[in-house]
Ligand binder design. Structure first.
Ligand code: SAM
Length: 286
């Protein structure tokens, strides 16, 4: 193991991934093996085998998903919107290169078309080959892989999708504009008149400005907007938010939930919108 980026270091004979969580905080994971390391025009990609989290996808030094906790995030960002929209037929995923979200969406028989717009084909290729615990054997004919910038893609779509899921990386590099208001305006236009969207809106503890700003943008555009939360151990602070924007539907139908889940159940679906007091207070100010 040599010529690796500085965030993969050998310390006392052991390999460690040292992730910059924020300016004054780093988190280290002891690594068994580097499965693959590759650079694309967009980012530096690694699939590492870690002791505590199994295999992990790391983009530019940031852990994106792991074998151990990836299902929590992927299920929460997928099943919540699919159990609010009563008849989701066309679903768009923006980002989502590890294929975990597409895998969850494909569990719904009524979904006829799943378009996944990922900027970097290398993420999909590496995850399909080396991270099957997250990507699964995703060969569902309803899934169409479109290798494009999601920002450009949604500019050209109108009144088409029932559900749009924005499974983006953190707001750095190619994902910066995925957190801007103009992007949500295009998402709003790309949805049908009763469509709804969800995006990951970062840590309500460490990136509260992002969570609040995302809610503000979505609230200005959509009839209904709401934040929901979960716990993802490998994300900064371990506490994560999602923001939903809906043109019409607001009620969760727990009975719509498919059976094959590991984290989400009917009770989780019903209670994920219940926010702790500090967050409720902060979001009320937006
Ligand atoms: N669950 C993860 C998280 O919250 O950290 C995100 C997973 S997924 C791997 C994020 C994907 O978004 C990456 O594969 C990245 O290539 C993709 N991405 C970033 N910017 C994009 C853009 N402008 N258009 C489409 N995909 C983008």
């Amino acid at each position: 193991m040599s010529n690796y980026p500085e965030y993969l270091q050998k310390i006392n004979g052991e390999w460690w991934l040292i992730e910059d969580e924020r300016e004054n905080m780093k988190v280290s994971y002891r690594i068994k093996d580097v499965i693959i390391s590759e650079s694309s025009p967009f980012q530096q990609l690694m699939i590492l085998d870690s002791y505590d989290f199994g295999r992990m996808l790391v983009l530019d030094g940031a852990v994106q998903t792991t074998s151990i906790d990836g299902h929590i995030y992927n299920e929460m960002i997928s099943h919540v919107p699919l159990c609010i929209h009563p008849n989701p037929k066309r679903v768009l995923i923006i980002g989502g290169g590890d294929c975990g979200v597409a895998r969850e969406v494909a569990k719904y028989d009524q979904v006829e078309q799943i378009d996944m717009v990922e900027i970097d084909e290398a993420v999909v290729r590496l995850c399909k080959e080396h991270l099957p615990e997250v990507s699964g054997n995703l060969s569902d004919p309803r899934v169409h892989f479109i290798y494009k910038d999601g920002i450009q893609f949604v500019k050209e779509v109108e009144d088409f999708y029932d559900v749009i899921i924005v499974d983006s990386s953190d707001p750095v590099g190619p994902a910066v504009q995925l957190f801007e208001k103009s992007f949500y305006e295009n998402i709003h236009r790309a949805l049908k008149t009763d469509g709804l969207m969800v995006c990951q809106s970062q840590s309500p503890l460490f990136h509260q400005h992002v969570t609040k700003q995302t809610l503000t943008h979505i609230d200005q555009l959509f009839e209904h907007s709401q934040v929901y939360i979960t716990t993802v151990p490998t994300y900064p602070g371990g506490f994560w938010s999602f923001t939903l924007g809906s043109k019409k539907y607001t009620e969760v139908y727990p009975q719509s939930l498919v059976k094959q889940t590991q984290f989400v159940n009917q009770e989780v679906l019903q209670h994920c919108f219940e926010l702790p007091e500090f967050l409720r207070r902060e979001l009320q100010k937006t």
